[in-house]
Design a protein. Structure first.
Length: 423
């Protein structure tokens, strides 16, 4: 008997429905790969094949919905500290894929992963194949146990060596590594990593630069490292000997709410001048620099972190006067007894926003002027060209640092940024 068109459509839909959670996971996995390809996060066949094969859901905490496990940009916390802060997580799919691409992995390579969760190590094992070698380390025994269990359950335990170790000290009796992938926020590059990196090796890590993080792919060039690409991404911070403590100043406003200023390094002297700075009214100044809706301006944050003296991260408690005001961003600058934070207002007939400064305190106008100046400098020289980075370890020959590079001091060396002039 002929089938009506609407009945045929229903039957086809029913046949396409997954019958088990494994079927559903496979369906979501394929869809994730399609999205990663469409967004340009996956371009290499080896990375695509790994993401298609590894059962991502098997490395998630029990009860994690499949839709969360296979979301493009969801990170999933796997452990918190006593204060509720995330100290271990499964990174978002897009940044895992992008880091694998930046590492330029090939079959037969020996690879070190710093910060274990199991999933990324499984991806690496798929790419380097049975002739390759994967070592995954973490400082937390509980995290390592969890990763080892997941790798064993998914058939990767024979291909990945998991170890409890403080990454700052490297991995004795291992290496040299063709690639090192760091999956925790690193304030500096440990000398041990450079010591175990092959002469033409690649280091991929989320590098924290004055409170702003970029995941950078570095290729070794003699003693130095030169960037090949960089991505916006955030990670839980490094623990152990490689950890870095920020200087935090807590301010109270008129509601009793708390606002915290976090300085990565080089905090201005005499921060006591900011006591009571939020009690008076705020004034706003505007830069004339605009951005269309849907366009990323993350490089503005990076520019401010590098070129704005007194730059800091800003956080406001729920219920504070600052949190109640709309369109503020978590970046600020301090000048003497003044504080100015980065804000937005509607512009371009509602099609975009304008950057500005909301200022507090006796020297608020000075702080606002400094912020506005750098917003405008970024607009002239930085917003249309991506920067490049290099790392020069202590004791190395720095005579080849580019004349147009800006230098940021770290414990074990210096990192430089060069922002090419747009043509």
């Amino acid at each position: 008997m002929p089938v009506r068109p609407d009945e045929k459509e229903v039957r086809v839909t029913q046949m396409a429905e997954p019958r088990t959670s494994a079927d559903r996971a496979a369906q979501l996995r394929a869809a994730l790969v399609d999205t990663l390809r469409d967004e340009g996060m996956v371009t290499r066949a080896l990375v695509e094949a790994a993401v298609r094969v590894v059962p991502r859901e098997r490395f998630m905490p029990a009860g994690t919905p499949l839709e969360v496990a296979y979301a493009y940009d969801n990170s999933v916390v796997t452990k918190r500290d006593q204060h509720g802060m995330a100290i271990s997580s499964v990174s978002a799919a897009y940044i895992q894929a992008r880091m694998l691409e930046l590492a330029e992995l090939r079959p037969g390579m020996t690879v070190l992963e710093v910060g274990s969760g199991g999933l990324n190590a499984a991806y690496i094992a798929e790419i380097v194949g049975p002739e390759g070698r994967v070592v995954s380390i973490d400082i937390d025994p509980e995290v390592i146990d969890r990763a080892a269990t997941a790798l064993d359950a998914t058939g990767y335990s024979s291909r990945v060596r998991v170890l409890v170790a403080d990454a700052e000290h490297g991995v004795p009796d291992e290496g040299p590594f063709d690639a090192i992938i760091v999956t925790v926020g690193a304030w500096d590059i440990a000398p041990a990593w450079l010591g175990q990196l092959a002469p033409d090796g690649v280091l991929v890590l989320p590098l924290i630069m004055n409170g702003v993080t970029r995941t950078i792919g570095f290729r070794r060039d003699g003693d130095q490292l030169v960037s090949t690409s960089a991505e916006v991404a955030g990670f839980v911070p490094m623990q152990g000997a490689g950890s870095h403590a920020n200087q935090v100043l807590e301010l109270a406003d008129t509601t009793g709410g708390k606002v915290k200023l976090s300085f990565d390094s080089g905090a201005p002297p005499d921060l006591i001048q900011l006591d009571g700075v939020l009690n008076a009214g705020a004034a706003e100044w505007w830069s004339g620099v605009t951005v269309s809706h849907g366009i990323s301006f993350a490089d503005l944050h990076l520019w401010l972190a590098w070129y704005l003296d007194g730059f800091c991260r800003l956080a406001a408690d729920e219920g504070s006067a600052l949190a109640a005001r709309k369109r503020w961003l978590p970046f600020a600058v301090v000048r003497g007894a003044g504080l100015a934070c980065l804000v937005l207002r509607d512009a371009m007939q509602g099609a975009g926003a304008e950057f500005g400064a909301r200022a507090y305190g006796r020297d608020g106008q000075v702080a606002a002027a400094a912020l506005i100046e750098q917003i405008q400098a970024w607009d002239r020289a930085g917003r249309h060209t991506p920067p490049t980075f290099a790392y020069w370890p202590a004791g190395g020959d720095r005579s080849q640092i580019r004349a147009d590079a800006t230098v940021m001091n770290k414990t074990h060396g210096v990192v430089t940024i060069s922002w090419p002039t747009s043509s």
